[in-house]
Design a binder for this molecule. Structure first.
Ligand code: FE2
Ligand code: FE2
Length: 222
């Protein structure tokens, strides 16, 4: 029998929490930035905000939250193709919770399409997850505490002092508004790392019928 699986329920599921924790540990071992609860909860908040603001129904918003919190678990298997392996893991986990197939489809499509290498927005949930994920840049994602050994990924994340995602007043644009310390990383360096992600955000926003804009240190860049 099908059951209603909530975001709250997923967050209290010890197995799913273990996969999130271990996926992040695997990335820590590889020297990646933080992909743990701070990341996935922030992605959930952003994707929900986007769909709520655009008037999507409550269940669609809830499914976006669930897809968001589970989107990086595939990293426990391997960083490469983690979107696809994570989608297969989520399929089994959610099927075991008796989530209806129609809902599982939305979630695994979103998880399987969130990475900029292979992902494409397919529906509102996948589009919202892409934007939530790719806009999470912030100083607290950097684990390396030694500035002297920072690589470019550490630098671009560490340089971001304030990062906000919001809609313009008419709700025709999603705006990523960053405050960057250009002593740590230049705007150019930022783009070197994030260009593909920003282009994917643009495609995802277009899919939702809105524009994607970027403001860095008060100037409109995109
Ligand atoms: Fe990911
Ligand atoms: Fe992510």
């Amino acid at each position: 029998m099908a059951s209603i699986v909530t975001y709250k329920y997923i967050k209290q599921n010890p197995d799913i929490m273990e996969y999130i924790r271990r996926a992040d540990k695997a990335l820590e071992a590889l020297g990646y930035t933080e992909h743990s609860f701070a990341h996935v909860e922030r992605v959930a908040a952003t994707s929900a905000l986007i769909l709520e603001s655009l008037g999507f129904d409550e269940r669609t918003v809830e499914l976006a939250r669930i897809a968001s919190i589970m989107h990086d678990i595939g990293n426990v298997i391997n960083r490469i193709d983690h979107a696809q392996s994570g989608a297969v893991m989520a399929f089994r986990l959610l099927d075991n919770l008796h989530m209806p197939a129609s809902e599982i489809c939305s979630i695994i499509s979103a998880i399987g399409n969130h990475d900029e290498g292979t992902g494409q927005p397919l529906d509102p949930i996948s589009a919202a997850l892409i934007i939530g994920d790719k806009t999470d840049v912030r100083r607290s994602r950097v684990r390396n505490t030694d500035l002297l050994t920072f690589d470019i990924h550490d630098r671009v994340n560490y340089a971001v002092e304030v990062s906000k995602v919001y809609f313009n007043e008419k709700k025709t644009s999603i705006i990523l508004d960053l405050q960057i310390d250009t002593e740590i990383s230049s705007v150019l360096e930022y783009f070197e790392i994030f260009m593909n992600r920003m282009l994917l955000c643009r495609r995802a926003s277009e899919f939702l019928g809105v524009q994607f804009e970027m403001i860095i240190n008060g100037s409109k860049i995109l």
